[in-house]
Design a protein around this ligand. Structure first.
Ligand code: NAP
Length: 298
């Protein structure tokens, strides 16, 4: 990283992908970071009209080069596999002083795409991932408090400009997020276990149940625990398809390790090994209760 680290003044911010995350960061940029002009970029006019009506953005276009021509900050908040063409379009027309960031749920692939597409602007890119979200999508689902007291992971590289890093760091601190930095491999490995795998389990469990004969009755009779466990299976399928395809290695490692453990539970149940089951459930309860206690105390 180069020296000198004052955050840049942001007059004009461009949000590419004004959905749950893009809309929420836009709301924070306006009310917490004092940004006066926010342009949205997207494909569906209905979503962008809603974003204007809600005061999230001031105007919109579906043309990335037009939007970014005089941008101070660009936030790429599309699904992960949409980011390559978006970054190619940014590279062709954003000013040299711009700061570019993203919010994607995987980091190694996005940093690689930024490296391959942004050319002279690649040192202006700071990859970021807010560890916050809901199962809802679109501008209407966004809200200003989404990032408060939630972790925000930055994955700068040796080539990241210090002032770009300082700007993105400040923007996220303004949202109320707790900003931490790590390398892309650690990010992708940790998130595979804590976020990506749980989404796959939730989707698979619901789809498995839906395929059983009489499943409608089963869904009616399912208790709150089933719906707590599977809330995230209502998330956007495209987003999670993209995450699986772009964090394949870390996800397969997590899923294979989990399948091994699941087989060991199946084995304990087959052998009617009550002690093994009781011990496993106790260890899990203690670990979860401790983690929740620490989270509430922080
Ligand atoms: P979302 O609510 O569906 O928003 C994505 C937005 O991107 C949509 O408004 C979509 O609008 C727009 N879009 C899609 N392709 C585009 C393109 N080529 N050009 C311009 N706009 C495009 O999804 P989200 O939950 O905010 O997720 C956005 C990003 O945040 C993803 O990369 C995801 O990995 C990351 N993320 C999500 C969560 C979460 O819990 N949801 C948490 C952290 C990070 P149109 O289809 O109308 O264009």
């Amino acid at each position: 990283m180069t020296q000198s680290a004052s955050p840049a003044t942001i007059n004009h911010a461009v949000i590419i992908g004004v959905g749950l995350i893009g809309g929420s960061i836009a709301r924070c940029l306006r009310s917490r970071s004092g940004v006066t002009r926010i342009t949205g970029v997207g494909r569906s006019v209905a979503n962008l009209d809603e974003a204007v009506n809600l005061g999230i953005i001031d105007s919109y276009t579906n043309d990335v080069p037009t939007a970014v021509a005089d941008a101070d900050l660009i936030v790429v908040a599309t699904p992960v596999l949409q980011m390559r063409p978006v970054m190619e379009a940014i590279a062709s027309s954003a000013p040299a002083s711009v700061v570019i960031t993203d919010v994607g749920s995987v980091k190694a692939e996005i940093v690689k795409v930024a490296d391959e597409t942004l050319g002279a602007l690649k040192s202006r890119f700071v990859a970021a991932h807010p560890i916050a979200g809901t199962e809802h999508s679109g501008a209407g689902a966004s809200f200003e408090a989404l990032f408060e007291n939630r972790a925000l992971i930055l994955t700068p590289t040796d080539g990241t400009d210090a002032d770009a890093l300082a700007t993105v760091d400040r923007v996220w601190r303004d949202t109320g997020a707790d900003v931490v930095s790590m390398d892309v491999e650690s990010h992708d490995r940790i998130l595979a276990a804590t976020s990506h795998m749980p989404h796959i389990l939730a989707y698979t469990m619901v789809e498995h149940m839906a395929r059983q004969p009489g499943s409608e009755r089963h869904f009616e009779l399912a208790a709150g625990g089933f719906y707590d466990f599977t809330r995230i299976a209502s998330s956007d399928p495209m987003m999670w398809r993209d995450v699986c395809l772009t964090n394949k290695t870390a996800m397969l490692a997590s899923l294979n390790a989990f399948v091994y453990d699941l087989n060991s539970v199946i084995d304990s149940i087959s052998r009617e090994d009550g002690d093994a089951l009781y011990d496993l459930f106790t260890r899990a309860k203690v670990a979860r209760d401790r983690a929740l206690y620490r989270r509430r105390k922080d």
